[in-house]
Design a protein around this ligand. Structure first.
Ligand code: NAD
Length: 257
């Protein structure tokens, strides 16, 4: 299969995307870290992204080692000003406009920053494949803790805290490498992807699996596929439209539509 259109000019990309949105009955956006970079949250793989600075801590290491848990929380606290201060960007706001207009039944995101909810999506319509970092959970009993609670425990004892109920480690409510994917979210994401007629992959390098399987699934189920990212991805060749431009500039014109 070959891409029907890779646009070089931003304007023609916006026009073509506008036509596809107008024709679509059910649009599923699928977002990655690139939609939030203009909000001050770095992505993983761009120059200056998080992975150029820190090796990720896999789940089994987090569970096995107090040192790993302490380091994971130190990194999380260091990110707190970015997460707490971030406001939805143009991409988030444009997608929220399509949601309010009834074109988008729900959104699938790899992001953990809560910005789709803050832009106006109801929480039950945001499918978070990799969880949410704005709160924490016990990995044993699932009890919820707020980041401030973890912070004050850490500051008092110098160590990442365990659950007050069951004693298991408390972790940000995200899915780490090696941790099981959330079953119900995966099921809902699969169903929505299978039944949409336009799938928008926005700001993802499409290298983290199984999440990166959704654009492919959409295409295989007959939906049109649009990829918006400032660098090429491995799935560009199966897309109907590829826009290699800034997300805010590309989606900005759709705010309020
Ligand atoms: P990624 O870092 O692998 O890819 C982001 C892509 O977006 C890159 O290809 C980059 O070139 C592109 N990009 C960055 N800014 C852009 C812009 N303004 N316009 C157009 N393109 C832009 O991120 P990913 O594919 O989402 O996957 C990695 C994992 O990163 C996810 O699991 C997610 O949980 C995690 N993550 C999330 C956040 C967040 O919640 N905001 C931040 C960092 C990492």
């Amino acid at each position: 299969m070959i891409a029907r259109m890779i646009v070089s000019s931003l304007q023609s990309g916006i026009e073509k995307l506008g036509d596809m949105i107008a024709e679509a009955r059910s649009i599923i956006p699928f977002t990655g870290a690139g939609i939030s970079t203009e909000c001050g949250i770095p992505d993983f793989r761009s120059p200056g992204g998080l992975w150029t600075k820190n090796r990720p801590i896999p789940f089994d290491e987090f569970v096995a080692s107090q040192d790993a848990r302490d380091e994971a929380w130190r990194r999380r606290f260091a990110m707190e000003p970015s997460f707490a201060g971030a406001k939805p960007g143009r991409g988030h706001r444009a997608l929220a406009s399509l949601y309010k207009a009834g074109k988008v039944p729900a959104i699938i995101t790899q992001n953990i920053d809560n910005l789709h909810q803050r832009s106006g999506f109801a929480a039950e319509h945001v499918i978070e494949l990799h969880g949410n970092t704005t709160f924490a959970k016990c990995i044993g009993c699932g009890h919820r803790y707020e980041i401030d609670w973890v912070r004050s425990r850490f500051d008092d004892s110098g160590e990442a805290p365990d659950c007050e109920t069951c004693g298991d480690p408390v972790k940000s409510a995200t899915i780490s490498f090696g941790q099981a994917m959330p079953e119900e979210d995966m099921r809902r994401a699969t169903e929505l992807t299978q039944h949409c007629d336009l799938f928008l992959a926005i700001g993802s390098s499409l290298v983290v699996w199984p999440a990166a399987g959704f654009p492919l699934l959409a295409r295989n189920c007959g939906a049109k596929l649009v990829i918006i990212n400032n660098e090429p991805t491995d799935q560009d060749e199966i897309a109907d439209l590829v826009i290699n431009h800034d997300i805010g500039e590309t989606l900005g014109p759709f705010i309020g539509n």
